[in-house]
Design a protein around this ligand. Structure first.
Ligand SMILES: [Zn+2]
Length: 264
């Protein structure tokens, strides 16, 4: 692996626009359970209840949705950024990051120190709640307080509309602005790094292809093989945290920051 990390660090050093694409692997390394895995939250609920149209049309579905969402939120709120999140935040500070496109809804890139304008949340965020009628946004914790007090399906203070975590549900359209921005950034970067995504969910899978078609180098760091591995200039099948940490150390050495015993 040492050869690959050194090579990738060299590419980052030379890149003018690096886009990082992150997925569920990063969240699980921070201890957030993968809700799709066996024994996950999904096993105890009927996925049909969580389609967007059901949520909009049925109070009973909204109650079930909030039960599940509350169960998923607690471990997310407790989770801390891991070495991969921290390395990506450090790359922003070093001026090496064009943006992070993430499939994750846990807000960990912000906790790690990335700034709002550098993070594109493709699937929305669990850290906010929005009104399905007037789009007013609320802090998630404030709404969870209402749930604790016994509210089963919270509604908007302004218009009475149903409130929903600001994540993208099954059957709900992808956020237009974020999706367009992600495609735009993917098409004009010169280095595209996939970290902890199996690249099976659309539109995730098409972004590395667009980057590659437009001449970018493609790096994939994921525990398991992905459908894009054959196209990549480098593939590292390993955990994201230790791998990114090793790359960051080599990058800093290359940039002449921090010696062997220096910080970070
Ligand atoms: Zn409202």
């Amino acid at each position: 692996m040492e050869h690959e990390t050194t090579e990738v660090a060299g590419w980052i050093m030379n890149a003018k626009k690096m886009v990082v694409f992150t997925g569920a692997g990063l969240s699980t390394e921070s201890g957030i359970p993968d809700f799709r895995s066996p024994g996950g939250v999904w096993d105890r609920y009927d996925p049909e209840d969580f389609y967007f149209q059901r949520f909009i049309s049925s109070e009973a579905s909204r109650v079930k949705y909030w039960q599940m969402a509350t169960e998923m939120y607690e471990p997310m709120k407790q989770a801390q950024p891991n070495l991969a999140h921290l390395a990506i935040a450090e790359m922003e500070r070093l001026g090496k990051l064009d943006c992070v496109i993430t499939q994750n809804i846990d807000g960990l890139h912000f906790k790690a120190g990335n700034s709002a304008e550098k993070v594109i949340e493709l699937h929305g965020t669990a850290m906010h709640v929005s009104c399905m009628h007037c789009h007013k946004r609320y802090n998630r914790d404030a709404i969870q307080e209402r749930i604790k007090e016994g509210v089963k399906a919270p509604t908007c203070d302004d218009c009475g509309g149903p409130l929903k975590p600001a994540t993208i549900s099954f059957g709900q359209a992808m956020p237009e602005k974020e999706t367009q921005e992600a495609y735009h950034r993917s098409s004009r970067c010169d280095l595209f790094m996939v970290i902890g995504s199996s690249l099976v969910v659309h539109p995730a899978a098409s972004m590395p292809l667009i980057a590659k078609q437009n001449g970018a180098k493609l790096v994939i760091i994921n525990r398991d093989p992905t459908p894009c591995d054959d196209l990549a200039d480098a593939v590292i099948h390993a955990q994201a945290g230790p791998t990114l940490d090793a790359i960051l150390r080599r990058l800093k050495m290359g940039l002449g920051i921090g010696g062997r015993n220096g910080p970070g």
